[in-house]
Design a protein around this ligand. Structure first.
Ligand SMILES: NC(=O)c1ccc[n+]([C@@H]2O[C@H](COP(=O)([O-])OP(=O)(O)OC[C@H]3O[C@@H](n4cnc5c(N)ncnc54)[C@H](O)[C@@H]3O)[C@@H](O)[C@H]2O)c1
Length: 326
């Protein structure tokens, strides 16, 4: 098959491309390199079945493909809040353009949506039939509401134009190739631990999160794309850890002596976020398999080599972490 991956030079997209090419598919990667990087797909640049196109999805493009994985969109708060208008344009116009392409060439289309569509949820764990509790005018809205509109567009193209669609609601994912400066809790702790800095927790660390390793997530995306169900389907790891437990796990693996520092909690920090994955289990036969310890080990190895390479230019640790949601 010829498969288009938008946002393919990013964290999740590049792992997806590894899997798709290893399985013998032809892959076209579209990316504007806002948060993605060529080094994430470097190993494929000379591969005859791989094509890399620098392109912004807010502009239309004509291509012949069988499937479209639409991942293009900055995913961490520091990046999607950098230019909120651009973020919403990417979600709305980018998704429109890719759905238009899917319609024209009769390709199957998968939207990478997010658990953020549930906002600050009033029900736990979150099931796909929960409509969410989202602030339409807050600083996260460009992303949450952007993805909600993207879901709406996807279902409207399905109902109105018979486009074959899939919607995945992705929860916190981590692993190699996450950006060091994305302000998310896993990358922050890992960078801090590797640099012998105190691990900073916002609040008392009792808030819980769940973390899905990237290979599990990619497996879920491919099962959804190639299965019979439209969705939406939650893809995430339902194991809950407190932020303090996560900090201690990383601390023990890297630098058991590293201090943990508690800072004030940012305003809109949800207490809990945890997927109900019954749908993914029954529809796709999917559930995460990589334990946190193992995923963290792989992530640490990758960050260690990257931070080693860039040692002279010092990796920047963001000043405030508000990105624990992803
Ligand atoms: N990582 C997570 O925990 C998580 C959770 C929920 C949803 N998601 C979704 O999964 C997708 C991938 O996330 P990720 O973590 O790999 O993020 P990422 O920032 O690493 O990847 C996004 C990619 O999209 C590209 N991009 C952004 N705007 C673009 C545009 N206008 N045109 C073309 N390319 C553009 C970026 O350069 C980057 O390569 C996103 O849609 C995100 O919303 C991720």
């Amino acid at each position: 098959m010829r498969i288009l991956v938008t946002g393919g030079a990013g964290f999740i997209g590049s792992h997806l491309i590894d899997r798709l090419l290893s399985a013998g598919n032809e892959v076209i990667c579209l990316d504007n390199f806002f948060t993605g990087h060529k080094r994430n797909v470097l190993q494929w640049l000379d591969h005859p079945y791989f094509e890399l196109i620098r392109h912004d999805v807010t502009e239309p493009i004509r291509l012949e493909v069988d499937q479209i994985y639409h991942l293009a969109c900055p995913a961490s708060p520091v990046h999607y809040q950098y230019n909120p208008v651009k973020t919403i344009k990417t979600n709305v116009m980018g998704t429109l353009n890719m759905l238009g392409l899917a319609k024209r060439v009769k390709a199957r289309f998968l939207l990478a949506s997010t658990s953020e569509v549930y906002g600050d949820p009033e029900v736990h764990p979150q099931r796909e039939d929960y409509w969410g509790n989202v602030n339409p005018i807050g600083i996260r809205s460009c992303y949450d509401e952007g993805k909600r509109v993207a879901e709406t567009l996807t279902f409207d193209y399905h109902r109105q134009n018979n486009v074959d669609v899939r919607v995945a609601r992705i929860f916190n994912t981590y692993g190699p190739r996450m950006q060091e400066n994305d302000g998310r809790v896993v990358s922050n702790f890992v960078v801090q631990a590797l640099q012998n800095l105190p691990l900073t927790i916002y609040g008392d660390g009792s808030q819980t999160r769940s973390f899905c390793y990237v290979s599990d997530l990619v497996d879920g995306l491919m099962r959804l794309m190639n299965g019979q169900h439209t969705g939406p389907v939650n893809l995430g790891n339902p194991d809950e850890y407190t932020i303090l437990e996560l900090a201690e796990a990383i601390q023990n693996m890297v630098n058991p002596g590293a201090p943990i520092q508690l800072n004030p909690l940012p305003e809109d920090d949800p207490r809990r976020r945890k997927p109900d994955i019954t749908r993914a289990q029954t529809w796709l036969g999917w559930q995460p398999t990589v334990p946190l310890q193992e995923g963290l080990r792989q992530t640490l190895e990758d960050f260690r080599s990257r931070i080693g390479i860039h040692a002279e230019s010092e990796v920047q640790v963001p000043v405030a972490i508000t990105g624990e949601h992803h």
